[in-house]
Unconditional design. Structure first.
Length: 576
């Protein structure tokens, strides 16, 4: 860029020389005919001077253009590579961030930071960086050349620039503040749209299209007003720049004209100065663009930096025992309590339980008693606030995270399937599952026959969140996804709630053989589902209030017994 601008400033010099050399040829228009004038202009000496200036002019233009092309290929391409790396780094960091981070930010906010904000940061490393260099080097060369020609005229030509600098300084602060506000509002809009699209069936079922449209329009209107305020400032900025540059041209023509009359400058110098002022137009005009992009980039970078510097609490530490390569599956909770980030009360309180390797354990209790939160602590989706969780007698924080999660098959209460084929969804937890293994896992989960009913079978594409399948089919597909990993520990979090009791019994009957030898932790609201478990824990208000086998708990005639008898009555009433 510096070399390109160096050759650029010589173009007005060669043009000025040409004009001055032509005007220096003394022609007596009153005594010489047109033919003589033509002959004089194209005499050998005059032709050589004109040809020399033309060659130098073409050379300067070509060199400046080639170097400018090389500059753009260097900086713009590099900025795209930076954008590529930064976006990948952000996505990699997002995959490693703990669950508490996603509890603090909505998905729209995260999406905008990983896309729109990255693009704005790229503009700093590309266009803004390039235009900054261009402004500094071109202005430096041009002002130097102007001073060499006439320090006095240079002073007059640059007279409006201090006003321009003060104006740019004021605008930059305003742009910075409003760029951040606008990006935050854009995040709100993106979040609102994403939430509406993912819940579109519910919106249609409740006939709330107009309501949702009104909510989105309200946020969109707020964004429009804020953006228009920023656009107003930017719209004033560029005409003001052009006005100040125009004043410089007027001053040059006026003052240089006087100096030509006085004989201190030539006509060629006027043209040279006007071109110099024109050359300064874009660097000075790009000052507004550069300031704008810089401020927006800094506002976006602060938002990105918050994510990149976010602590990854759940990760391997120095205390991690990397010699652990497999686990047997015994689980123990010792005085475990847990509260969600920024929550005042504990969700789990002083939990103590022990499940032997290969044992079938169950957890029951009313909604909101803390069952799901408890099982989410085992694969370290969250870390316990107090106490310890041990697997095979080792604190899970000392077990390599990859080994821990590789040996756990989790079927969550809220079944999530990707917009991919059924086969790919089942094979999601493995890296090289073949067709036979996928079909075997589907057979074990009692969903194979349903899948074969589809025209494309396991190659059937699912809609967003598995909308193509019924609730029961989605849950069984999720069970197949857990089984194909052949985990030592399998957690079923109310994973058969969408099927009827008879279907559930059929699935469990086929699963019992598959679950033998694995540590199984099952959560269910139906006691009929878990009554054959080796040990049952009854939870209430985040604590374990009863534990034992099905018969032992019935004999205690406590809360578990009340829940069981109530369900028996409900089943009898349903049959009647």
């Amino acid at each position: 860029m510096t070399a390109s601008n160096f050759f650029l400033v010589w173009i007005p010099v060669y043009l000025r020389r040409t004009v001055d050399q032509v005007t220096e040829i003394e022609l007596d228009r009153s005594s010489e005919s047109f033919g003589n004038i033509f002959e004089l202009l194209f005499s050998s000496d005059a032709s050589w001077l004109l040809a020399k200036n033309a060659l130098l002019l073409v050379g300067a233009v070509v060199l400046s253009g080639v170097l400018l092309f090389a500059t753009r290929q260097t900086l713009i391409v590099a900025s795209r590579k930076i954008e590529y790396d930064l976006r990948n780094d952000i996505f990699d960091k997002l995959l490693k961030l703990p669950q508490r981070f996603y509890s603090s930010y909505d998905s729209g906010e995260i999406y905008v930071r990983a896309t729109e904000d990255v693009s704005k940061v790229r503009e700093y490393f590309g266009p803004a960086y390039m235009y900054t260099i261009n402004t500094l080097t071109r202005a430096g060369f041009i002002i130097t050349m102007m001073i060499i020609v006439s320090p006095e005229l240079t002073l007059w030509a640059l007279l409006p620039l201090p006003f321009l600098s003060a104006f740019a300084y004021w605008v930059s602060g305003y742009i910075n503040d409003y760029s951040r506000i606008i990006q935050e509002q854009y995040s709100t809009i993106a979040g609102r749209a994403q939430e509406s699209f993912t819940s579109i069936r519910l919106i249609k079922a409740y006939n709330r299209e107009e309501y949702e449209n009104g909510r989105f329009e309200h946020e969109s209107e707020r964004y429009r007003k804020k953006k228009l305020r920023l656009d107003l400032v930017e719209s004033l900025f560029h005409p003001t720049l052009n006005l100040l540059i125009g004043l410089s041209v007027i001053i040059v023509v006026w003052k240089a004209g006087q100096m030509v009359i006085e004989g201190t400058l030539t006509v060629g110098n006027i043209m040279e100065f006007i071109i110099y002022v024109a050359y300064l137009t874009w660097p000075v005009a790009s000052l507004g663009y550069t300031v704008n992009r810089y401020q927006q980039s800094m506002a976006s970078w602060k938002r990105i930096d918050e994510m990149l510097t976010e602590d990854i609490d759940i990760a391997d530490k120095e205390s991690t025992k990397h010699d652990i390569t497999e686990i047997e599956g015994s689980i123990e909770f010792r005085n475990v309590s847990f509260s969600y980030p920024e929550a005042d009360e504990h969700v789990l309180k002083n939990i103590n339980l022990k499940i032997e390797a290969g044992q079938n354990a169950a957890i029951v209790g009313r909604t909101g008693s803390g069952k799901t939160t408890l099982v989410e602590l085992i694969p370290r989706l969250f870390d316990a606030t107090e106490g310890k969780i041990l697997i095979d007698g080792t604190d899970i924080k000392a077990i390599p995270l990859e080994i821990l999660r590789k040996n756990i098959g989790l079927v969550p209460q809220d079944t999530f399937l990707f917009s991919d084929t059924i086969g790919e969804n089942i094979a999601f937890g493995t890296e090289d599952a073949n067709k036979e293994e996928i079909e075997t896992a589907a057979e074990k989960a009692q969903v194979r026959e349903n899948i074969l009913d589809f025209e494309k079978k396991f190659e059937t594409m699912l809609g967003e969140r598995g909308i193509t399948l019924s609730g029961g089919q989605k849950q069984r597909t999720a069970i197949a996804r857990a089984l194909i990993r052949d985990p030592k520990i399998i957690i079923l979090d109310d994973s058969l709630s969408a099927v009827d009791t008879k279907t559930e019994e059929s699935i469990l009957r086929h699963l019992r053989k598959e679950l033998q030898g694995r540590t199984t932790l099952m959560i269910s609201h139906r006691i009929s589902t878990i009554k054959d478990a080796d040990i049952i824990y009854y939870m209430e208000n985040g604590t374990i209030v009863e534990q034992g086998t099905h018969e032992e708990l019935l004999n205690k005639e406590g809360r578990y017994s009340v829940m069981y008898n109530k369900q028996l009555i409900e089943e009898e009433l349903a049959e009647i």
